[in-house]
Design a protein. Structure first.
Lengths: 304, 304
């Protein structure tokens, strides 16, 4: 007689459950494995790497890669500072601008809400493209080799404005603001002292998106930054990769310069160590992300 | 005048929106005007306003080459595959996570699956290299060990790349997207399941008769919105993961990478701006069209 107890508890059959759990577990493992590999390789010595290839557990444990990175740390440190600057300034600036734009859009007494909605949404549908932006940013705004070339274009994203506006309109009731105004508060004061404190979760959500976005930003840096002192972390990684690629593609061309060049490039293990450095702080954002975003999305759905 | 009266009445609110509007103007709207560069013979010397008008010459040039067909085909096909397979996998994973018995385990899996979302394509490019590198890569090592095959230079082999790219995109996005569907699933009224259980429905029947139909509106809308972006591509994926290998261009070149490479390496403003114009206009029509369809289905979910 088959055991149907699981049916009454509204669960899968043990077999189905095992298979599905395996599938989910396998995918989760595949998602995490490359980073583990990265960690493992960064602690391998270069010779083992050449002989045995990329392995999870190093054949010969070695911290040479990290010594190399620390020893040649000038550029890495520099890039770290630049990236932190961009992320902090960018996130703070963007939050202010987005909140100040989204809040009035959420107020029922704001007459031109529709106009603003259109103006913001339209940017999500149509854009001038890369060429006009590039020309205007370099020739007319003169943003080349400044961190503003990275910070400014992303600081008023329509996506974030929509999220915050929706959040404000459902979490900051007009009546609350009205009563504040009766007590003599101005609109901006009400925004600052009443609306914002209540809107912690909403602000935290876009702050997380912004932080991750600015930290991982590399494209605008690639376009507009030539000055070595202003190279953010991700761009540094791109450059190292580009140098490596150029090297392999010119493998047939002999020359003494090539030897010197090779000597200056980081080894594979050092590159993996650098990847870990660049990813490290983002991993710290991880638990916060789980707490705010995931919970926020699932709880919010239940409310409806 | 009523317009100015309104401005004065709520002047704090309007003032608050100024920084955001300014950013949108400078970085979104002004570049839109630059789209007419596609119709000019632009030289930096003459600048934007004084370059000669050449009508459709740039477009003729662009569409005469087979490039236009290849990049359009690549962009659209990859997007179609990403969207369809992406939805199937994300929804499937969301269902699995919500239904397996071990809830704590599901949480752990979810945390793992989310990791790729936090990594930039720069880092992913490095990780892919760990697999596909000719001498030390894991794939070649495995092939040698288990099948005795010689090392393959994957970055010069066209055939497997569509698969590599699709897999990379899935790897990076399924974890994050499954959260969105998970939120929708959590919002389903449990009474449906109880009623079904009383009627003797198995878990599988519940999934296919309740869960999926209940989240179908969400799926449709996200599907249509994704279709709206079918002419855009994720630059990081198509430029960094194949390491800009020229041999692979027929299967890795999209409109975005074409514009970028044309602009930065060849300085060909004419053709690239024509391609950019083409992308923006067609993309806009797609977004408009798909949004109108979404509006017909569920008015609230539409962007406008």
């Amino acid at each position: 007689m088959k055991n149907y107890r699981y049916r009454f508890r509204n669960q899968f059959s043990p077999v189905a459950n095992a298979v599905l759990t395996l599938i989910a577990g396998l995918f989760a493992f595949v998602c995490v494995y490359p980073m583990l590999l990265c960690i493992g390789v960064s602690f391998t010595d270069e010779k083992s790497l050449a002989r045995y290839g990329y392995r999870l557990i190093p054949k010969n444990f070695s911290t040479r890669a990290y010594e190399y990175v620390m020893f040649n740390s000038h550029q890495l440190l520099n890039s770290y500072i630049v990236t932190i600057l961009i992320t902090v300034i960018g996130t703070l600036l963007a939050i202010s601008i987005v909140a100040m734009l989204a809040y009035p859009m959420s107020r029922p007494n704001f007459k031109y809400r529709n106009f603003y909605s259109f103006v913001v949404f339209f940017t999500m549908m149509f854009s001038g493209g890369l060429v006009p932006s590039y020309i205007i940013n370099t020739q007319y705004y003169h943003l080349t080799n400044t961190i503003w070339a990275i910070i400014l274009p992303a600081c008023c994203s329509a996506f974030n404005v929509i999220i915050l506006r929706t959040f404000f309109s459902s979490n900051v009731p007009a009546s609350l603001i009205e009563s504040a105004k009766i007590d003599g508060a101005g609109e901006f004061y009400a925004f600052l002292r009443i609306a914002l404190p209540i809107s912690g979760p909403g602000i935290a959500t876009i702050a997380l998106f912004l932080t991750i976005g600015y930290w991982n930003e590399w494209f605008n840096a690639l376009l507009y930054i030539n000055n070595n002192k202003l190279v953010p972390l991700q761009l540094l990684l791109v450059r190292i990769q580009n140098n490596l690629d150029m090297l392999q593609q010119t493998a047939n061309i002999p020359g003494a310069d090539k030897e010197a060049w090779i000597a200056n490039l980081p080894s594979d293990t050092a590159r993996m160590a650098m990847v870990l450095f660049s990813v490290g702080p983002i991993i710290l954002a991880y638990p916060f992300f789980q707490r705010y975003f995931v919970k926020g999305m699932t709880i919010g759905a239940v409310k409806e | 005048m009523p317009f100015f009266e309104e401005l004065l009445k709520n002047k704090s609110l309007y003032l608050m929106t100024l920084p955001g509007l300014l950013i949108l103007l400078l970085f979104n709207y002004l570049p839109m005007a630059g789209i007419v560069i596609a119709f000019k013979d632009y030289t930096p010397l003459l600048g934007y306003f004084r370059s000669k008008w050449v009508g459709f010459k740039n477009f003729e040039f662009l569409f005469k080459t087979s490039d236009a067909l290849i990049i359009t085909r690549n962009t659209v096909l990859y997007n179609l595959v990403f969207i369809t397979i992406g939805i199937v996998c994300s929804v499937g994973m969301a269902i699995i996570l919500s239904e397996i018995n071990g809830k704590r385990l599901a949480k752990v899996f979810q945390t793992g699956m989310l990791l790729p979302h936090f990594l930039s394509w720069v880092v992913v490019g490095y990780l892919v290299y760990a697999f596909l590198s000719t001498d030390t890569g894991i794939l070649n090592r495995m092939l040698k060990q288990f099948y005795g095959m010689k090392a393959v230079n994957w970055y010069s082999t066209i055939k497997p790349w569509p698969f590599f790219l699709v897999f990379s995109n899935l790897w990076k996005t399924v974890g994050f997207n499954s959260i969105i569907y998970l939120a929708a699933i959590t919002g389903i009224n449990p009474e449906y399941y109880e009623a079904a259980l009383l009627d003797g429905a198995t878990k599988w029947q519940q999934i296919f008769k309740i869960t999926i139909p209940m989240i179908q509106p969400q799926i449709t809308i996200l599907f249509l919105l994704a279709i709206g972006g079918i002419f855009r591509s994720d630059f990081g994926l198509f430029y960094l993961v194949p390491r800009n290998s020229g041999i692979l261009y027929p299967v890795t070149q999209t409109i975005d990478t074409y514009v970028y490479i044309g602009l930065t390496t060849m300085g060909d403003v004419g053709m690239t701006s024509a391609a950019g114009f083409y992308q923006s206009i067609v993309g806009f029509i797609m977004v408009l069209g798909s949004n109108l369809i979404v509006r017909k289905i569920d008015r609230e979910k539409a962007l406008f």
